[in-house]
Design a protein around this ligand. Structure first.
Ligand code: ADP
Length: 312
């Protein structure tokens, strides 16, 4: 192998664009340039299951032998550390940038890792908020990733806009909503937001749609249903799935044992269909894998054993 073809001395990725351009490694461009697909998980408002969807989507993709990063940049309510049982985790800092926390071979970064205590509030105003978002995205040294799943701040204001801009290109956006009308009005705004920023919409997920009865396993309709599907048709974007309220999901979110890890046998249950469909939809627009991909080096090839993937 010639001198030119050898890997970057900083990030170990072969043909590192920063090294090749003589810019050195560690710039935002370089940190993001080894990521094949950046997928935003968005919602018009909080509390609709955006973080749960992001976590389960990331885990489902990792279980499919993908190198996955999960970035929780919901600056007002970072919940990924709690959902993954990583409340006490702290990222490491190196010259190349911030090293994400490892969870079952997946790389995780959350604004919550910077809080002293989980119930501390982050108060940022205007430009400071934008600067913090940009810095969080710029500083993380992800290495090679097939997917970066981004748990975005809710809404369609400055915060998600800053996230989209700081990421540069976004390969797809998953919009999560609930069946209630108010949330559906918000989802229109989210789709318009994606279209204005020219971000491809992977599709809409209707979460908390009916209740999965823990006794009979049937879905009981408690609110109006089907609104998300109608809206998807009207807005001409894919409708990905309908996820019922599942008491196991509440427990999973609170206990730090994510739903897919705690329920490895639920693959065919209705509640577990969404992640699969999302995986298929997110995989569709994928760019080819990086020819220099060296997953073993990143320790990313090993998917969680609980998902039935024995790894290499
Ligand atoms: P958001 O990120 O939109 O604020 P979260 O994903 O944090 O929403 O979900 C809010 C709460 O609702 C969490 O306690 C989570 O465990 C719970 N939750 C989300 N989706 C479901 C579901 N389908 N069934 C039951 N609980 C759910």
């Amino acid at each position: 192998m010639s001198e030119k073809e050898s890997s970057c001395s900083s990030c170990s990725v072969q043909s590192c664009p920063g090294e090749a351009k003589g810019q050195g490694c560690g710039t935002v461009e370089n940190h993001l340039s080894h990521i094949r697909n950046k997928v935003l998980v968005m919602s018009g408002k909080g509390g609709v299951g955006k973080s749960s969807t992001a976590v389960n989507l990331a885990l489902a993709l990792a279980a499919e032998d993908n190198a996955v990063g999960l970035l929780d940049i919901d600056i007002h309510g970072p919940s990924v550390p709690k959902m993954l049982g990583l409340d006490d985790a702290k990222p490491q800092f190196t010259e190349q940038g911030v090293v994400p926390v490892s969870y079952e071979g997946m790389k995780v970064m959350s604004v919550g890792f910077y809080l002293e205590k989980a119930d501390d509030a982050l108060i940022w105003r205007g430009p400071a908020k934008t600067g913090a978002i940009q810095q969080l995205i710029a500083d993380v040294d992800w290495g090679y990733l097939d997917y970066l799943i981004v748990d975005c701040p809710p809404g369609t204001g400055d915060e998600p806009l800053s996230v989209a801009q700081a990421l540069g290109t976004v390969d797809g956006a998953v919009v999560v909503t609930t069946p209630q009308e108010v949330a559906l009005i918000d989802v229109r705004k989210s789709i318009t937001f994606c279209k204005q920023l020219k971000m491809p919409v992977v599709g809409i997920v209707e979460n908390m749609s009916g209740l999965l009865c823990p006794h009979c396993n049937e879905v009981v309709e408690i609110f109006k249903r089907g609104g998300g599907e109608e809206l998807a048709k009207e807005l001409q974007v894919p409708f990905l799935s309908r996820i019922p309220i599942d008491p196991a999901m509440v427990h999973a979110g609170d206990s730090g044992a994510p739903y897919l890890v705690a329920n490895p046998d639920s693959v065919d249950l209705q509640a577990n269909r969404p992640p699969r469909q999302l995986v298929v939809c997110c995989a569709a627009p994928s760019r080819p894998r990086h020819p220099d991909r060296r997953p073993a080096e990143d320790g990313l090839k090993t998917a969680p054993a609980a998902h039935g993937n024995p790894g290499p």
